[in-house]
Ligand binder design. Structure first.
Ligand SMILES: *Cc1c(COP(=O)(O)O)cnc(C)c1O
Length: 437
C-alpha cells in the first residue's frame, strides 16, 4: 500500500517511509491510497470473533501488503494484551472502556502498535546499516506522552523525547513519562500544548537536524498510531451486535486532535455499519464551529478540565476533510458535534454518578452528555471512555466530593522520581539541545 500527502505536494510514500517520517515533506498528513471494504461475511460473523481476530482482519486490510502475516499477527496480538469492554451505563448508552491498558487510556492501543511496527522496521534497517537509531519526538497534552513512552520503553534502537507543557498536565499523567528513564527523555516546555506541537513540527522540517539524526513522530498524525485505533470500533460493534443493539448504533468520540474519530471514519469506509458519529468537544470548539459554518478557523487552545482535548488546531482535521472529498455536506451527513464548558462537564460527571453509579472521566463525560442530548428514538449510543477517571483524580474527586481509588498500575508510576529537561518554547533552544544529543 502506498501513502499520499493531504497537501498533495509530496512524493507518494511506502508504509515504512510514512511510519518513519510521520509527516510528509509538504507538511501534509499521510493517507492510504486505498481503503479496502471488508467482506459482508466478516460483518455477519463478527460477534463470534475475538478482539484479536477482529483486529488482525482490520490490520491486514491496511498493512497486509507490507508486513508478512506472521509479523503482523504478532504485532496485533502483542498490542492488544488487554480488553476494551462495552459496559452498560443506561438502557441506551454504553461506555467503550479504553482504559484497561498499561497507562489507562486509549492511546495505549496506537502507541503499542506503532512501537512494534517501528521496531520491525528498525530491525530490518539494522541488518543493512550501522546507524539505525531512530529518535521519536512526541508532543503531549498528557496522555499521548505516557502511552508512547510506555509503548516504547526498553525497545532497542529507538529513543523517545516527550515534550509536554509545563504545569499543564496532571501530576499523575506527568509521572507516567518523567519517571521511566532508559530510552525515554521528558522535555518540559515553558508554553502550551500547541507550542510543543510546533517544536516537533519544526524539528521535522529542519535540514540540519535531519542530517544529524533520524527523526520520527509518534503523534496521532503517524499512520501507525491512528489506523490501529480502528480496531476497537469494530470490536465495539461486535459486542453491541451480540447484545442485539447494533442496528442503529451511534458512536460518540471525545475529540481533541481528531485522530481517534478519524480512525472510526476509516472504519465506516471499510463497511463498519455504524449509523452516525458525534464528535464531542470541550470548550475548544473549532470542529463544532466548522460543522455550523463550513469554515475551519483554528484558534489558540483554551485550558479545560478535559485537558487531553485542549487543542486549538486539530491536526487530523486535514484527514477527515480529505476522507470526505473536502465536502462540508458529506462530513455533516456522517458527523455531528457538541461542545461543553467545564461547568457542564462537571455537572455531567455528578449526574451520571448519581443516576447510574458510573464514574466518568472528564473526557468521557463529554461523550456521555452528547449522546444523552443527541440520541434519537430507536438509536443506541456508545461513547468512548478514553481514560480511567483516576488519571484525573483531583478533578473528579473535587466534582464528586469523593476519594476515587487509584488502580495499582497507576500507583506504581507515582513511586518513581521525576526527571525532565527544562526547555523554552523557541525552536532555536530545542534544536541546539537535539544537536548535542
Ligand atoms: C488524546 C485524548 C483524547 C482526544 O483524542 P484525539 O485522538 O486527539 O481526538 C480524548 N480523551 C483522552 C483521555 C485523551 O487522552
Amino acid at each position: 500500500m502506498k501513502y499520499y500527502s493531504t497537501n498533495g505536494k509530496a512524493p507518494i510514500a511506502t508504509l515504512e517511509k510514512a511510519v518513519v517520517k510521520g509527516l510528509a515533506e509538504d507538511k501534509g498528513l499521510y493517507m492510504p491510497e486505498r481503503i479496502k471494504t471488508l467482506p459482508q461475511e466478516f460483518f455477519d460473523n463478527i460477534q463470534n470473533l475475538s478482539f484479536q481476530e477482529i483486529a488482525y482482519t482490520v490490520a491486514d486490510a491496511f498493512f497486509g501488503e507490507d508486513v508478512p502475516a506472521e509479523d503482523l499477527k504478532k504485532i496485533v496480538y502483542d498490542t492488544l494484551a488487554f480488553d476494551c469492554p462495552c459496559v452498560k451505563v443506561t438502557d441506551s448508552i454504553y461506555s467503550l472502556e479504553l482504559f484497561h491498558g498499561p497507562t489507562l487510556a486509549f492511546k495505549d492501543v496506537g502507541a503499542r502498535f506503532m512501537a512494534r511496527l517501528l521496531q520491525y522496521y528498525t530491525r530490518k534497517a539494522s541488518e543493512t546499516s550501522k546507524n539505525s537509531l531512530v529518535n521519536v519526538l512526541v508532543a503531549t497534552s498528557g496522555d499521548t506522552g505516557s502511552a508512547v513512552a510506555n509503548g516504547f520503553l526498553g525497545v532497542d534502537g529507538i529513543h523517545v523525547y516527550v515534550l509536554y507543557p509545563k504545569g499543564k498536565v496532571s501530576p499523575i499523567q506527568e509521572c507516567q513519562f518523567t519517571t521511566l528513564g532508559q530510552n525515554i527523555t521528558a522535555v518540559e516546555v515553558d508554553g502550551v500544548f500547541d507550542d510543543c506541537q510546533a517544536l516537533v513540527k519544526n524539528a521535522f522540517m529542519d535540514a540540519d537536524l535531519n542530517a544529524h539524526m533520524k527523526l520520527t513522530s509518534a503523534n496521532s498524525i503517524n499512520v501507525a498510531r491512528f489506523l490501529p485505533q480502528a480496531f476497537y470500533y469494530f470490536y465495539a460493534y461486535a459486542q453491541m451486535k451480540k447484545k442485539g443493539l447494533a442496528d442503529q448504533l451511534v458512536v460518540c468520540v471525545p475529540s481533541g486532535n481528531f485522530g481517534n474519530i478519524c480512525s472510526a471514519l476509516f472504519g465506516k469506509k471499510m463497511g463498519l455499519p455504524i449509523k452516525r458519529f458525534i464528535a464531542a468537544n470541550n470548550a475548544n470548539d473549532i470542529f463544532f464551529n466548522y460543522l455550523q459554518t463550513g469554515k475551519y478557523e483554528p484558534k489558540a487552545s483554551v485550558q479545560t478540565i478535559a485537558n487531553a482535548m485542549d487543542v486549538g488546531d486539530p491536526s487530523n482535521f486535514a484527514r477527515v476533510y480529505e476522507l470526505y472529498g473536502k465536502s462540508h455536506e458529506a462530513i455533516c451527513a456522517d458527523i455531528s458535534g457538541a461542545t461543553y464548558k467545564d461547568e457542564q462537564i462537571a455537572e455531567t460527571i455528578r449526574e451520571v454518578k448519581a443516576e447510574t453509579g458510573y464514574v466518568c472521566d472528564p473526557h468521557g463525560a463529554c461523550g456521555y452528555r452528547a449522546l444523552k442530548e443527541g440520541l434519537k428514538a430507536g438509536e443506541v449510543g456508545v461513547f468512548l471512555e478514553t481514560a480511567h477517571p483516576a488519571k484525573f483524580k483531583s478533578t473528579v474527586d473535587g466534582i464528586l466530593g469523593a476519594d476515587i481509588e487509584i488502580p495499582a498500575k497507576l500507583q506504581a508510576f507515582m513511586k518513581g522520581t521525576k526527571q525532565s529537561v527544562p526547555m523554552n518554547k523557541d525552536f532555536a533552544s530545542f534544536k541546539q539541545f537535539l544537536m548535542e544529543q
